[in-house]
Design a protein around this ligand. Structure first.
Ligand SMILES: C[S@@+](CC[C@H](N)C(=O)[O-])C[C@H]1O[C@@H](n2cnc3c(N)ncnc32)[C@H](O)[C@@H]1O
Ligand code: SF4
Ligand code: SF4
Length: 352
């Protein structure tokens, strides 16, 4: 196979809107909450047709909250028309509306992949009715509606200073609902042009302990766990190896990965969803390159290569000779190291 062809993107991440019906304390997108932005349907439609030309096979619809896009059903229909496989990442609240839920599933078709992110948590033993409980009930209703219509959503939870006290209730809820797998993302800081906010993150040393506890709890309850953004040496090596063997480590930094192409709501190219305002190219420039039949050289141009190298390759010198580099996928999410000092946490291996 021609290597240069293999390096072209096959998955496009599209930020449909900055709007969100929630404001999760840990959200990396908090810098966009005050912005008013939604990609007009005509722009989405044109973008999808160009994605097809460059060989993309899959789109990930994200935001903000993608279900809030006023033309979301038309967008799903257009994706289907273009034969693009769709993954939908949502906080799930809108799926509590059964008509909406049915509409999404009918339009999206069988191949539609839905991920629901838990933005509030099960109440556990708590009996008082709080706003959080009400939101969780909507999430739960959305989940049940999807299941009732034959769609098994993936469940994902961010590990943050807000969620850690709820993680055991999350497990009971998963077990109660016969959910056999869950994906945890270690919360990373939110970055805007002038600020790095890591106040809701948990430090990497603590993360090591939490990841292990969750993994063991999953083993006991028969729930397969997976984890993203974990720098592996915050775990004892023997445990890290066990997690790798079980396929529980899904570190997946998209930044250096040429297979992903990402767009903010203005259709500007961005390097990562966490760096939403750091655009590397205007839509018109990209469009022109595609029209010239020159996408491949554009994608591999010096400028685009530089945009995929925004962070140092190695978070720490210790990573350079680490035999776990590939499994670790580059020390977890590089954004972690804009807030935490890698020297304090990356220790080759935790010998404890
Ligand atoms: C920003 S949300 C947008 C889509 C939708 N509103 C949702 O919550 O699923 C995309 C994904 O990022 C996750 N996420 C949010 N803040 C994060 C953070 N600081 N670190 C890691 N993942 C985060 C969410 O849980 C969700 O799965
Ligand atoms: S994580 Fe999703 S639901 Fe929560 S504030 Fe961010 S965009 Fe909204
Ligand atoms: S030294 Fe670096 S590459 Fe090795 S496990 Fe630690 S963070 Fe990952």
């Amino acid at each position: 196979m021609d290597k240069s062809i293999a390096m072209l993107p096959n998955t496009a991440w599209i930020n449909l809107t900055y709007n969100c019906n929630l404001r999760c304390s840990w959200c990396y997108g908090k810098g966009t909450w005050e912005k008013d932005g939604t990609m007009p349907f005509s722009h989405v439609k044109e973008l999808l047709s160009y994605l097809k030309v460059i060989g993309c096979e899959q789109v990930v619809l994200i935001g903000g909250e993608p279900t809030l896009h006023p033309e979301i059903i038309k967008i799903l229909s257009e994706c289907r028309e273009q034969r693009l496989k769709v993954s939908f990442v949502s906080n799930g609240l809108y799926f509590a509306n059964n008509t909406f839920c049915k509409n999404v599933l009918t339009t999206g078709g069988n191949s539609l992949d839905v991920t629901l992110s838990m933005a509030t948590f099960p109440a556990g033993n708590q009996t008082t009715e709080t706003n959080e409980n009400r939101i969780f009930k909507k999430f739960e209703q959305g989940f049940h509606n999807l299941r009732q219509h034959g769609k098994k959503p993936n469940i994902t939870v961010v590990i943050s200073s807000t969620s850690i006290s709820h993680l055991s209730d999350v497990f009971f809820w998963l077990a109660e609902n016969e959910i056999d797998n869950v994906s945890f993302s270690v919360g990373v800081p939110s970055i805007t042009l002038d600020k790095v906010d890591g106040t809701h993150t948990v430090n990497p040393q603590e993360i090591g302990k939490i990841v292990l506890k969750l993994f063991r709890a999953g083993q006991v309850l028969g729930i397969k766990t997976s984890f993203r953004n974990v720098p592996l040496c915050v775990l004892p090596r023997i445990d890290a190896e066990e997690l790798i063997t079980y396929g529980a480590i899904h570190n997946s930094c998209g930044i250096p990965n040429e297979k992903n192409i990402l767009f903010n709501v203005n259709r500007e190219l961005i390097t990562c969803n966490h760096l939403e305002s750091n655009s590397s190219c205007q839509w018109e420039v990209l469009k022109e390159a595609i029209n010239r039949n020159d996408f491949e050289s554009f994608w591999n141009s010096r400028k685009m290569l530089a945009s995929r190298n925004v962070f140092p390759k190695f978070p720490s010198n210790l990573c350079k000779n680490c035999d776990m580099w590939n499994d670790c996928n580059g020390g977890g999410c590089p954004i972690t190291w804009t807030y935490y000092n890698s020297q304090d946490y990356v220790n080759g291996w935790n010998k404890a």
